[in-house]
Design a protein around this ligand. Structure first.
Ligand code: IPM
Ligand code: MN
Length: 364
């Protein structure tokens, strides 16, 4: 349930594994700094999740963590997984905990914005003049499709998964994409594989029906996923909202992240369910962990998405401006610059900008 504007925001923090604890810690500091400017207070509630939870209680998503997640205003997640748990049985791996969390929450709408600022455009794998100004949003269906479809089986000589979608599942994610497009540049590209897959044929029909019935003011086109992968690289600025199924969204969002120069700057929100969930798109980066070198931007911007979702758009904007200003001033972690600063130096810099940036007084 969302908080009242005057309530403390009750946030369950799941730091997870690898660099997860470092980047969620930065996000918390930055959110506190923004909260101080706008009288927003937080009630942080940390729980084990992922690999650390396996070590702690033998399960990646323990019951007490589940209970806490279901009753919070929002969840801030770091990252999970690492080689330490690679040999664990499939259903007990950290990744299985993440899928269970998304499913238990029914957080079906995964929003992954990819915005390429002029400051970072030169880090992209593409020429800066082709990516600068890219501003697209991947809307990925998160609780259905081949990730969850039954039946599925694994034996020594044969294995299969099922890509399955109902019209109800497609309808609700399509509406989210159209609503997002209305608040942006008014375009949705629905990505599928309708030339081959039955589930994609239903996807295309259903998206078109929702469009015709309720969103004819939004421009809609359909694209096959193989072509979409090419077009996103060829002309990223042509995209506004990319609506797609769970597996295609997983792949396309990593692909789109290369435009931004580093996975370390991309946030995400998983909405529509019992409790909204916010997490960086990047993984746990075990090789970076504990060195103070992790890029906290994705986690910080996930915190901004959280604040916006619970009704504090002004605090969210302040955080985004402070991150932009900090990066433009040349303060960035070593994934972005050879003279990189540490995670904590970067975080302090962002907090400092937040503390001093002029803001217009809130009109009550
Ligand atoms: C992501 C990740 C997850 C996914 C993994 C860790 C289960 O890659 O959030 O994109 O495939 O959804
Ligand atoms: Mn992924």
């Amino acid at each position: 349930m969302p908080p009242d504007m005057s309530d403390s925001i009750h946030i369950v923090v799941l730091p997870g594994d690898g660099i997860g604890p470092e980047v969620t810690d930065s996000a918390r500091q930055v959110m506190e700094a923004a909260g101080r400017r706008y009288d927003v207070t937080f009630d942080w509630d940390e729980h084990v999740f992922g690999g650390v939870a396996i070590d702690h209680s033998g399960h990646p998503f323990p019951e007490e963590t589940r209970k806490a997640c279901l009753s919070a205003h929002a969840i801030l997640l770091g990252a999970i997984g690492g080689p330490k748990w690679d040999a664990v049985d499939a259903e007990m791996r950290p990744e299985a905990g993440l899928l269970a969390l998304r499913s238990v929450l029914d957080a079906y709408a995964n929003l992954r914005p990819v915005k390429v600022s002029n400051t970072l455009a030169h880090l992209s794998v593409l020429p800066p003049d082709r990516v600068a100004g890219t501003d697209l949003l991947v809307v990925r269906e998160l609780t259905g499709g081949i990730y969850f479809g039954e039946p599925r089986r694994y034996t020594k000589d044969e294995a299969f998964d099922t890509m399955r979608y109902s019209t109800g599942e497609i309808d609700r994610i399509a509406r989210i994409a159209f609503e997002q497009a209305r608040a942006r540049r008014g375009r949705v590209t629905s990505v599928d594989k309708a030339n081959v897959l039955a589930s994609s044929r239903l996807w295309r029909e259903c998206v078109s029906a929702v469009h015709a019935e309720s969103y004819s003011d939004v421009e809609l086109d359909h694209m096959y996923v193989d072509n979409a992968a090419m077009q996103v690289v060829r002309d990223p600025r042509a995209f506004d909202v990319v609506l797609t199924a769970n597996l295609f969204g997983d792949i396309l969002s990593d692909l789109a992240s290369t435009l931004a120069g580093s996975l370390g700057v991309l946030p995400s929100a998983s909405l529509g369910g019992v409790t909204p969930l916010f997490e960086p798109v990047h993984g746990s980066a075990p090789d970076l962990s504990g060195r103070g070198e992790a890029n906290p931007v994705a986690a910080i911007l996930s915190g901004a998405m959280l604040l916006e979702d619970v009704g504090h758009a002004d605090s969210a904007d302040l955080i985004r401006r402070a991150v932009d200003d900090t990066l433009s001033a040349g303060s960035m972690t070593c994934d972005l610059s050879e003279q990189g600063v540490s995670t904590s130096e970067f975080t302090d810099h962002v907090c400092d900008v937040i503390a001093h940036i002029p803001i217009s007084p809130t009109i009550i």
